[in-house]
Ligand binder design. Structure first.
Ligand code: HEC
Length: 195
């Protein structure tokens, strides 16, 4: 009798967990995120897209509630390697879009008020699942706003919309590699949306 009760409780718990897991994960049957082809990536994005945007917007963050109406800069998410081998898709606000979509490599100076928001999807090659990762954000301030970082302010939200504690230098020390592009790294070439 006791054993039966225990089994029933275990079953109930696993059903509950199964439910919550199903709400935010999708299948990704792959050994290495770099092996995902365009069709597989599109399938994952279709599966996660709505839940991801809802999650980021949950806490009412100004960027998170707006970015899906901005200009999408890639034809689909793609893996570049930095940002933890996640699938990435960047959106540019109205101030940023025109200049960003040129993907210029020299003398770029983004206007103050530019915001880039980058969705990320984490692939677990062990669990064979895809789930939302952080929303990475870069905001260009007025001249002098962040002198050590080219006036960019870096921030990030967790998949539930809560702000992540990040160090400006952690983000900027890598982004400074693209100084001639005003710190912007751009999506991989094959997915860039042309202006
Ligand atoms: C190890 C290097 C590295 C670090 C650290 C890093 N990034 Fe990036 N970031 C990149 C690369 C590479 C891209 C372009 C990736 C792509 O879209 O395919 C990128 C793109 C971005 C973009 C889209 C705009 C652009 O550059 O084209 C945002 C927004 C962004 N990162 C925010 C952040 C934030 C916030 C942090 C810190 C929490 C951070 N990044 C840390 C390398 C890095």
């Amino acid at each position: 009798m006791k054993r039966q009760l225990f089994a029933a409780a275990t079953l109930a718990i696993s059903v509950m967990l199964g439910h919550s897991a199903a709400a935010s994960t999708c299948k990704a049957d792959v050994e290495d995120p770099f092996d995902l082809d365009a069709a597989a990536i599109n399938e994952i994005y279709t599966c996660l897209s709505d839940k991801m945007a809802e999650g980021y917007a949950k806490d009412g963050n100004e960027v998170a509630t707006a970015y899906r109406d901005w200009t999408v800069t890639g034809t689909r998410p793609a893996v570049q390697g930095a940002h933890g081998s996640r699938l990435l898709l960047t959106f540019a606000n109205d101030v940023a879009a025109e200049q960003y979509l040129k993907f210029a490599t020299e003398g770029v100076d983004m206007p103050a008020g530019s915001v880039l928001a980058k969705e990320s999807i984490t692939i677990s090659t062990k669990k064979k699942t895809a789930r939302p990762g952080p929303l990475f954000i870069m905001t260009k301030g007025e001249e002098g706003a962040a002198p050590d970082a080219g006036d960019w302010i870096y921030s990030a939200l967790m998949p539930n919309g809560k702000p992540m504690k990040i160090k400006q230098s952690f983000c900027h020390d890598c982004h400074v590699s693209w100084e001639a592009q005003d710190m912007l790294a751009y999506p991989v070439e094959e997915v860039r949306v042309s202006n």
